[in-house]
Every structure is written in structure tokens, then in C-alpha cells.
Design a protein around this ligand. Structure first.
Ligand code: CEZ
Length: 790
């Protein structure tokens, strides 16, 4: 059951100039495509590791998707040159590479397709790209309509970049049987065993058309000639000359020469993607070309995306906010939870938090993810640095660095699963380990993880950080084995607390001695954190291998970090006085018009006792950006202590809006992993979006809405109603589905002393619902006491 069905939502941009990096993304379980408004495209597919089929013109280093991705003239893209044969006038749509100012331009992103509508030289051009539910192929369509009263001869040239495929072997030609340009390559390798592994790689890239082109060109260098991409030589001639690439850089260009009477429209369909054989290209053609197929497969893709609808629909009266949280937010959450950011070895913390998001969409998939994660736990309780999702997957990049925090996430995220489903059976599943043959119950796995965390502490009772905690690039605080993290100590306390609460709420009857041990450990750790990290007005971030406290008032850079403050609230470590103090310190030192910075001031030079974080540019990523994952933890902590007004303001800042668009440069299609920070050091740059849609923020944002704004949650077998209404909203209306039960709710404020809940017309006693009718829609009318500002 789902609360929304909103694939019809659209976001429109009316110029390719105002926000040149604005982009949208599409994905399916096999591939990802990110198109910017000017026609540049980043695409990758899984075989099983992420791979490309439209490359840059140089050999690219293989790495993860980068923030603030850079576009340049020869960046991979999909363009359509349009030439008026009578006048010789030429332009390219959607914008690159010719950058001609057209009469009208629209970039329209919806859930299942990205579309451009352009008119120029009295021609209407519509370009659409969409994906399929299961295959690795881009489906493009192009429509050209003659708007003038004249008869015209127009040449249309799709240009799909293929780029530098391989230094060993690359070529391209037109295959008339397939009606496609097919580029061949051999993925470079050195070791013999790689030959056998590479045998099945999709080393071909093809551009197939549903219509026969008048001419074609496959050779990047000769196509461009002296005119370059901005004015390619080959397009000056009457035909493209049918030129192959023979160990030269391939490209895919076709020419369609059309005679258009006034009002006449021509339509083309193209398929672009990788393939291992020509037969596979033929199969793609058969599957995806032709009217009936078009419709059927478009619906299949929508059906796939619609599986990602969330369990909450909100109407706050703010149309932009509502549109985002009802439509784009669950879409981004589904992307994370369903395809794991298209990686075969997601970081353990990412994998578990993304699964938390999946609890609001398809809890059964989250269930499986929790089991998969725990089945890779070490028998000593340690969680690995990444979860392997494929038999051939290996731990790569950051997953080769030992991080100390992976054990905290499961108990923290588990309560969402239990609240959404009530499925206690998960806790009794028998689950294996990665190093021994025995199995243990889910409960025992969690306790092993907690015991491991509680033991990984120093003589003061503080958590060792190794080469990182939540913060990846904090790699040199503890690499000599002594440094400790306040955040990880606080997260450990919170994880222990979360687990004890689950045990209470779900009557898990864990061993009473064990339970007492946890309560004792929690208290001791709170005392240790307060003793060693409380800095007078906020908590410091850690103690280095050389016993230097950092993130406190003595530091001129990195004086205050956001995470310890948020988690001191979450873990009940800060008392009321400390809480007030740290909140005002955060406000004073970390606020920006784009949200809370992760630390301030940003570091301007390397600190060898902190690490790689301090080498990042000030205001970028963990070095003091508005790092949304950290910002959402803070918001979640404010909600825990009922600071709804501050929290709501920050939630709104995080959602890209038309108000901030020119500054962030981003469309309201996703929450980016950061907005540039270092607000006082680089005010001009502050606010710019990283445009990176991979972020742990999403599940927590949704959790804030579900647990706090809407406030309909479950503990044990009871459903609770405890919404929070910010003063800025007079009411919140909506639908919430929990445990298969649908609630229509209306929340408003009144001059009363305590919350009043009316369930299907009956005032209930307190905030716990009983007599729920599973098969009917339950109506909730909730009145909250009007309150003063936070
Ligand atoms: O990746 C994220 C991680 O995926 O950084 C977060 C961390 O909690 C997430 O698990 C905070 O450190 O290595 C680096 O320096 C980068 O900072 C990446 O690890 C970072 C980027 O967002 C890349 O996606």
C-alpha cells in the first residue's frame, strides 16, 4: 500500500544559462543516467561493477561519483544539430555544444523522463530520454516540427558521444542490418586471468535508429575537422560522408534529411547503450522500437518507479515543500534503498541507513538488507567496512580503510522497521557470520555488535576512532591506535539506548544481567563524554593520538563541529542547561541561509592529527559545508526535544526551492549531499549545491516527517499519535500508512492544555489508538496546544 501515486509531478527550467549545471537523474536496477540541462550526460551501468559506454575523450580514472561534477566542451553528451539546408543556419539542441541562444527553451524533469522543448528558426524540437524497467539502454525520441508557412529542407543530426573506449582496440562503423552505429572496443587489462573475466563485458556501444539515416559519421576527429564541436566540418557538407573509425576515437552521428511542408512533423526514435554482441543490439531493437512497444515499456518503467512511493502524504499549504516531500523525496529514497547507489560494496553505514529509508517504502526489502548486513558480521561482533552485494564484489575505495562506527547503525535504524511493520520475527532469524559456520539469532548479532563497540574504548571509556567514524576523511585522529571520537562515543550510547528501548517495547526478555550491563555502560559513557569533551558551551569532537582535544574553544579552525552536539541531544548526554548552551553555540557559529554547517571555521591547512578532512577545500564536503547528512541529524535531535520551529525552518532550508535556486544552482528534484559552507570565509560561493544525489540524508529526512511532523508511529503493538506542528503552519493534513493501516489525519493548534485526539469521531483517552479498523480508512483529528516559540 502506498500513500502517493505521483509520477506526474514535473519540474521546469526555462533557460540553459541561469543554472548551467542543473540536472535530473533516471535509474533502473542496472544503470543510472544523469543529464544536465545543456545536454551533457553521465551514464553508468553495472557489469557487475560500475562501467561506462559513453566516455570522456581521455582515459578516466575509475572512482566514485564526484561532488560538483565538472562539465567541459567534450564531456559526454547527447546533442542534436539542426541545419536549415536553404539558409545554412545551424544550431544544436538542447544547448551544447553550439550554445546558440534559441527563441524558447524548456528543460522538464519528471520522474520517468527528461524532456527538452525548444523552438528556434521556426522549428519546434522535442527531445525526450527515458530508461526501461530492466535493460541497459537509453531510449531517446526526437520530434521536429516545421512551424513556418514555408516548405523547408532540414537536416537533423543526432550526435551521441562515445569517447575514448580503449587504448588497446577501438573502432566504429555503421551496420546497415542493425541500422545502427556500432563501436567496438576491448577493455584494457594486463593479467591473463582478467582476459577470462572480461570476456562477457559489454564492450560495444551502439546508437540504433528506427529510421534509415541518409548518411553517418563515426570518427570523432574527422567529424569535427577544423571547426571543432562548435561548428563541425562534416556538417558543412551535404552529407556526412559515411566515415568509419579505425583505431581512432569513435563517435555516433547520423544525418536525416527531411522535406517538411508547413506544419509537418517528423519523429525519430533512438536507442543508445552498451552491448556484448550484435545479436543483443538486434534484440534491443525488436524489444523497444515500434508504437506498441513504446507504450508498453514506458508503462513498465513507470511501474518500476511507482514501487518507490512512500507511506506518507503531507499537505502543509506550502506547495513547493509538499511537492518535494510527497514526490521527489521518496523517489530519491527508493533509488538509495532499491539499487544501493549502484554500488556492489556499499559502505556499511550507508547500506543500513538506506535500508532504514526502505522501511517506509518496501519494508520486506529492508528486512533482507538488515539480514544481509548482519550475515557479513565478524564473529567477534565487528561489522565490516562495506557490505558485499555480489559474489564477485570486493571492498574498494574507502572500504579499504578501517572505520570504527559500523556497529552503531543497525540498532538505531531497526526501530523504524519495527515501527513500520511490527515484525518481531526478524529478531529471531538465525543468521550466519562471515568467518565461522555457526549461526546466531538476530538479537545475538546485535548484542555482539554492541559489546564490540563497548569494548573498543580506551582507559577513559571513550570510543577509539581508528581511521574514521561517520566522518570518512577524519582518518588521522586515531591511526596510531589511541585517538578517540566524541561522536562515536555518543553514537554508541544512542545505539545501546535504542536497543534497550526496542527490548522494552517488544518484550524481548533479554538476559537481565545483560540489560543491566547496558544501562551501566550507557551511564558510564555519558559521564566520560561529559568529563572529557564538554567544552563549556558545546562538546568537542575528539582527542587525537597525541592526546590533543580538538573541536573546542581553543581551536581557531574547526572550533565547533555539529555532530557531537546533535548526538549529545539524541543520546541524552547533554542535560537541559548544556542543551540550551550548545543550541545557541550552534546557532551562533554554524548557521547560514542554507542550513547548519558541519563545522566552523573551515580548516585552511592540513592538520596531520585530524587528516584528509582538513585538506578538502574550505566549505566543501566535510570541511564545513552544509553537509546535509550531518544537518539532518541535528534537525532530528531538535525534534526529539520538541524544538519543532527551529527544526522545521532547517528542514525547509534543506529542500531546494525556487527562492534559493539561483544560489544553489539546483532544481528541486533531490537533496544534494551538501551545499557549500564556509559562509564567513567564502560568502560568494556559499550555498552552491554539490549536485550529488547520493546521500544518507534522505531516510532521516523522511523519518523526521513520519515520526515528528505527522507523528503517527508504533511501539510494540500500540500505535501512538504525537505530531508536532510548527508555528508557521496553521495545520497539516495528510495520509499515513503504517502496518498496512491507512490514516487520514488533520493536525491543528488550539488554546488547550494537552493534545486532543479524535479517532473516527470519538475522542480518545491519551495518545494511544485502539479499536483500529484495518480495512477502513481511519480518520484522525488532532488538536495540539498552541505553543510559544522554541
Ligand atoms: O561519502 C560519505 C560517505 O558515503 O561521507 C560521509 C559518510 O558518512 C558516508 O558514509 C561523511 O564522511 O571519502 C571522502 O572523503 C568523501 O567524503 C566520501 O566518502 C563521501 C562523499 O559524500 C562521496 O559520496
Amino acid at each position: 500500500q502506498q500513500a502517493n501515486d505521483s509520477h506526474l509531478s514535473k519540474v521546469v527550467l526555462n533557460s540553459p544559462l541561469s543554472m548551467p549545471n542543473a540536472c535530473a537523474f533516471l535509474w533502473n536496477p542496472q544503470m543510472l543516467l544523469q543529464a544536465n540541462c545543456r545536454g551533457y550526460v553521465v551514464a553508468q551501468h553495472m557489469q557487475p561493477e560500475p562501467a561506462k559506454y559513453s566516455y570522456a575523450p581521455n582515459i578516466e580514472a575509475k572512482t566514485f561519483i564526484q561532488p560538483e561534477h565538472n562539465y567541459f566542451a567534450h564531456h559526454p553528451g547527447r546533442f542534436f544539430y539542426i541545419k536549415d539546408e536553404a539558409t545554412g543556419e545551424l544550431f544544436s539542441a538542447p544547448h551544447e555544444p553550439m550554445r546558440v541562444k534559441v527563441d524558447s527553451y524548456q528543460f522538464i524533469a519528471s520522474s520517468n523522463e527528461i524532456k527538452w522543448q525548444i523552438s528556434h528558426l521556426q522549428l519546434n524540437i522535442t527531445i525526450i530520454v527515458t530508461l526501461t524497467a530492466e535493460d541497459v539502454v537509453e531510449r531517446w525520441s526526437l520530434t521536429v516540427e516545421n512551424l513556418s508557412k514555408e516548405f523547408r529542407i532540414i537536416s537533423v543530426y543526432p550526435y551521441f558521444s562515445i569517447g575514448y573506449m580503449s587504448w588497446m582496440n577501438q573502432s566504429a562503423s555503421f551496420n546497415s542490418e542493425l541500422n545502427a552505429i556500432v563501436a567496438d572496443s576491448v577493455t584494457p587489462y594486463q593479467k591473463v586471468e582478467q582476459y577470462f573475466e572480461n570476456k562477457n563485458l559489454k564492450d560495444k556501444t551502439f546508437l540504433a535508429s528506427n529510421k534509415k539515416p541518409d548518411s553517418w559519421h563515426c570518427n570523432q576527429q574527422f567529424f569535427e575537422g577544423e571547426g571543432g564541436l562548435h561548428n563541425p566540418d562534416a556538417i558543412q557538407d551535404k552529407t556526412l560522408g559515411n566515415i568509419e573509425a579505425i583505431y581512432q576515437q569513435p563517435t555516433a552521428v547520423m544525418q536525416f534529411r527531411e522535406k517538411l511542408v508547413s506544419g509537418r512533423k517528423v519523429e525519430y526514435e533512438f536507442l543508445f547503450g552498451p552491448a556484448s554482441t550484435e545479436l543483443a543490439i538486434q534484440q534491443m531493437r525488436e524489444k523497444y522500437f515500434g508504437g506498441r512497444n513504446l507504450d508498453f515499456h514506458a508503462k513498465q518503467y513507470i511501474k518500476y518507479l511507482n514501487q518507490g512511493n512512500g507511506c506518507l502524504h503531507l499537505e502543509t499549504g506550502d506547495v513547493e515543500f509538499d511537492e518535494f516531500v510527497n514526490h521527489w523525496l521518496p523517489r530519491q529514497m527508493f533509488y538509495h534503498g532499491d539499487v544501493n547507489r549502484l554500488s556492489t560494496d556499499p559502505q556499511t553505514r550507508n547500506y543500513i541507513q538506506d535500508a532504514m529509508g526502505m522501511c517506509f517504502i518496501q519494508p520486506n526489502k529492508a528486512r533482507l538488507a538488515f539480514i544481509t548486513a548482519l550475515s557479513q558480521q565478524h564473529s567477534n561482533g565487528a561489522m565490516p567496512d562495506g557490505i558485499l552485494l555480489h559474489e564477485k564484489a570486493e571492498l574498494k575505495y574507502i572500504n579499504q580503510v578501517p572505520h570504527a562506527d559500523h556497529g552503531v547503525w543497525l540498532p538505531i535504524c531497526l526501530s523504524v522497521y519495527l515501527s513500520e511493520t511490527g515484525d518481531k520475527s526478524l529478531l529471531h532469524e538465525q543468521i550466519p557470520f562471515n568467518d565461522i559456520t555457526q549461526t546466531r539469532s538476530f538479537i545475538e548479532h546485535i548484542e555482539l555488535a554492541l559489546d564490540y563497540l563497548l569494548n573498543a574504548t580506551d582507559h577513559r571509556g571513550l570510543s577509539f576512532i581508528e581511521q574514521g567514524d561517520w566522518c570518512d576523511p577524519m582518518n588521522m585522529v586515531g591511526y596510531k591506535g589511541k585517538g578517540v571520537s566524541s561522536w562515536l562515543s555518543l553514537a554508541t550510547i544512542y545505539a545501546v539506548r535504542s536497543w534497550c528501548e526496542i527490548c522494552e517495547q517488544y518484550n524481548l526478555n533479554i538476559d537481565i544481567d545483560k540489560y543491566r550491563e547496558y544501562l551501566f555502560a550507557e551511564k558510564a559513557m555519558i559521564a566520560a563524554v561529559n568529563k572529557h569533551f564538554w567544552d563549556g558551551h558545546w562538546y568537542a569532537r575528539g582527542i587525537t593520538d597525541n592526546n590533543v582535544v580538538f573541536g573546542g574553544h581553543n581551536d581557531s579552525e574547526g572550533r565547533i563541529y555539529l555532530n557531537p552536539q546533535s548526538w549529545a541531544i539524541l543520546s541524552n548526554c547533554a542535560d537541559d542547561e548544556q542543551t540550551e548552551k550548545l543550541i545557541s553555540s550552534v546557532k551562533e557559529q554554524l548557521s547560514t541561509p542554507f542550513g547548519m554547517m558541519m563545522l566552523a571555521p573551515s580548516y585552511t591547512a592540513m592538520r596531520e592529527d585530524i587528516g584528509r578532512l582538513t585538506q578538502k577545500h574550505p566549505g566543501v564536503s566535510e570541511n564545513g559545508s552544509v553537509y546535509n547528512h550531518a544537518a539532518i541529524f541535528y534537525i532530528y535531535s531538535l525534534l526529539k526535544i520538541n524544538k519543532i520551529d527551529q527544526a522545521f525552518d532547517l528542514l525547509k532550508l534543506m529542500v531546494p526551492s525556487s527562492e534559493t535556486a539561483l544560489k544553489t544552482g539546483q532544481l528541486p528534484l533531490f537533496i544534494p549531499n551538501y551545499y557549500r559552507g564556509a559562509y564567513h570565509q567564502f560568502p560568494e560561493q556559499a550555498g552552491r549545491s554539490s549536485h550529488l544525489f547520493n546521500t544518507g540524508t534522505i531516510a532521516w529526512f523522511y523519518r523526521c516527517l513520519v515520526e515528528h511532523l505527522c507523528g503517527i508511529t508504533a511501539k510494540g503493538d500500540k500505535i501512538y499519535v504525537s505530531p508536532q506542528l510548527p508555528k508557521k503552519l496553521s495545520s497539516i493534513k495528510g495520509t499515513r500508512i503504517i502496518r498496512g493501516i491507512s490514516f487520514e489525519f488533520y493536525i491543528t493548534a488550539a488554546d488547550i492544555d494537552a493534545i486532543e485526539v479524535i479517532h473516527n469521531g470519538n475522542r480518545i483517552n491519551g495518545t494511544i489508538l485502539s479499536n483500529i479498523e484495518n480495512d477502513k480508512t481511519n480518520k484522525l483529528y488532532i488538536k495540539l496546544p498552541r505553543k510559544e516559540d522554541d
